[in-house]
Structure formats: C-alpha cells, structure tokens
Design a protein around this ligand. Sequence first.
Ligand code: ZN
Length: 56
Amino acid sequence: MPNKDQTEATTELSFKCANCGHMYPTDNLREKPCPVCGRTNSVEEGCLINVSNEDY
Ligand SMILES: [Zn+2]
C-alpha cells in the first residue's frame, strides 16, 4: 500500500558535469548537455552518479 511510486526507483542516475560539477537528471538519455555550462556529459564518459531519493 505505501508503494505508490513503484515506477520511481529509490536510486536514480544523474549526470555530474565533468566541467563544473553540476548534477542534473539524465531523463533516461545517454548524453545530455549541462544546463549550467553547456558541456555535453555522456554515459560513455562515466559521468553518471547514483542519487538516492531516500535520506541517509
Ligand atoms: Zn557544467
């Protein structure tokens, strides 16, 4: 019953910009430009980080 957001995983992947360090959601894309500096970070570059939705 408490699992109302079952499609939302507790751990999400985000890009961490290799240029400015800004973290932003991937939107399930394999590469995406940084909204801050415009650098395109990609999965292939290893710019992915795990972001937990749960507090710890
Ligand atoms: Zn950036």
